[in-house]
Structures are given as C-alpha cells and as structure tokens.
Design a protein around this ligand. Structure first.
Ligand code: PRT
Ligand code: ZN
Length: 292
C-alpha cells in the first residue's frame, strides 16, 4: 500500500506548529528511537524530521512527497534551482509569519532601496534577494552569509542587509533600521505533485481535504448573539465573512437570536460595532472541525 512522506523541521520555530497541524488532520505517529522518522499509525503518512533548509531539496530529489517549510526557504531554493514548476505550494498554514527586509545602519542617510544600487548587501537569501531587487531594477553585490547577517555592516563586510524580521528587535539591537520590506513569508505545505502515482495522489487529496477543513476551522469562529429584529440586516453586514446567518425567535420578545460561522477573524472592534447596533449576549466560540 502506498504511503506519503512529509518532511517537517526537527527543532526550531516551525517544529511544534507543523506537528500540531498534522495531528489536527487526524494523523498520529509511532516515534522511532532515533527520532528522525516517525511512522504514521492511523493514516499512511510518515514524518521525516530534518533541518528546514533541507526540505525543498528533499522534495525535489524525491525523498518525500510533502514538506512544511517557510515560503522564504522554498522560494530561495526554487530560484536557485530554477525549478518553480516542480514544487507546488499546496496551502499556506497561517504560522511562521515573517518578512524579508532590507535594513541599513541607523546613521545611513538614505530613504529608498533604489539608493542601494552598487552597494554590498549581506544575506542568507541570495537568490531571493537578487531576484526581488532586480525586479525593481536595482543591481547590487550580494554577499552570501549563512548566519549572523545583522553584524555584517558593523564588521564592514557589507553596506546593508537583507534578512528575516518578525518583531524587529534584532535589527534595533544591532543599530540597524528597516528600510523596506521585500517579501512576506509564512509556513506552507509544499508538494512534489508532478510525478506521483495515482494511489499517492488519492491519498494526498484526502489529506488536503482534511487540511482545508482544519484551516477553515482555525480561521472561523461561531458567533451567537441577541439583537433587535429590525437590526438584522445591519448586524449581518457587521459579522465578518457571513452571508446567511441562522435566525431564531426569542419567546415573548421582539428580539431574535442570531447564530453564524464567521469565516474571518473576529476582533473586539467587530463586537463593539455589533453592540452599538443593539446586540447583546454576544458569544464567540472556536470551531473545532469543519467539512465543507
Ligand atoms: O536548524 P534549522 O536550519 O532547521 O533552523 P533555522 O535556525 O534555520 O530556522 P528557524 O527555526 O530560526 O526559522 C525557521 C523559519 O521560521 C524561517 O525560515 C522563517 O520562515 C520563519 N521565521 C519566522 C523566522 C522568524 N520568524 C525570525 N524572526 N526565521 C528567522 N527569524 C530570525 C530573524 O532573522 C532574527 O534574526 O529571528 C531573529 C529574531 O527576529 P526579530 O525580528 O523578532 O528580532
Ligand atoms: Zn535553517
């Protein structure tokens, strides 16, 4: 019987959430002693635990069919290998958000990245950085570094850097200023989909359908509230991502109960706006599973 292999990061920023999302799809694993290969028990999908940088290459080399990795790394490898058609992004996973940004020393008096033409830019993402800068018509000298990119300007080995940023603390600690964002990234499921057997393809489709359900459930909230009957239309417009709510009469009252699955994030601002339209007893509940 066919099995699929999915590679995830062994230890790092994406590890826990990658495993968590597979478990949410109903997968469970017998963990082997060396902990690099986990056998899928209830569903024929096994896990390989590796360094994140190795995941796109393992996919391209046919070691596994699926991998969870940051878009930053997948794009870098695809550009480097010129293999965009072989690796497919199947689903963004909503975690591991960061951006690839150009940063310069605080005291450098420039306002636009076009002013960096001809300078040296240190980065661990040479192909992606070069590609994104060239798209804007900016030619630079890329200095490839495998780590500690943020100290390059201080050491005099580069004029600016192109590095991943999430909070910006690392840049500030190194007296760097974020000049411009080149690329937004999050973790995603990638697959080698061209040359897999029909049996594997059927397995993949089943897994993807479950994943879609998990992602939709994560992105959705179940909202219940009471409202004046005459406010129904305005209330429906205020519920993010809702078109057809369920309406129930409330015995002996001119108010109604409204229940709806919101397909988008529900913020405090939404609740305050609902309250201003006369809604009360507003409850927002997580959705555990969903199958469209
Ligand atoms: O050992 P292995 O190679 O598997 O792990 P790694 O050390 O290469 O990767 P890891 O775990 O650090 O990151 C894995 C992925 O997480 C990256 O490829 C990105 O897709 C994503 N990610 C999200 C980040 C960040 N946020 C992030 N902040 N990757 C790196 N950083 C760096 C950033 O460059 C800075 O140096 O973390 C530092 C802190 O960032 P600030 O802005 O919060 O200070
Ligand atoms: Zn890495």
């Amino acid at each position: 019987m066919s099995r699929l292999r999915v590679a995830i990061q062994k230890s790092g920023r994406l590890s826990e959430k990658s495993l968590d999302i597979l478990k949410s799809c109903g997968l469970s694993f017998a963990r082997s002693k060396d902990k690099l290969f986990w056998y899928g028990r209830d569903f024929p999908v096994d896990v390989l635990l590796v360094r994140d940088d190795d995941i796109p290459r393992m996919l391209l080399d046919g070691v596994c069919e699926l991998g969870i990795v940051g878009e930053n790394i997948a794009s870098e490898v695809m550009l480097e290998r010129n293999s965009e058609s072989e690796l497919k992004r199947l689903r963004k996973l909503g975690f591991g958000h960061c951006r690839l940004s150009i940063a310069v020393p605080e005291e450098m008096e420039i306002t636009a990245i076009s002013q960096l033409a001809g300078t040296r830019i240190a980065t661990s993402y040479p192909a992606l950085t070069r590609h994104l800068l060239e798209k804007q018509g900016i030619e630079t000298h890329i200095v490839e570094l495998s780590g500690s990119v943020e100290i390059a300007p201080g050491l005099g080995t580069a004029d600016a850097i192109s590095d991943l940023v999430s909070t910006g603390t690392t840049l500030r600690a190194n007296h760097l200023r974020e000049l411009d964002e080149l690329y937004q990234s999050q973790a995603a499921l990638y697959g080698r989909v061209n040359d897999i057997s029909a049996e594997k393809k059927a397995l993949l489709d089943r897994l993807l359908s479950r994943l879609e359900g998990v992602m939709q459930a994560r992105e959705s909230k179940y909202v219940m509230l009471h409202a004046p009957r005459e406010a129904l239309e305005r209330i429906t417009e205020l519920l993010p991502g809702v078109e057809h709510p369920s309406i129930m009469p409330l015995e002996g009252s001119d108010r109604i109960a409204i229940h709806a699955v919101c397909g988008e994030a529900v913020f405090w601002e939404h609740l305050e706006a609902l309250k201003a339209e006369g809604a009360s007893a507003i409850l927002v509940l997580p959705v555990e599973k969903m199958l469209a």
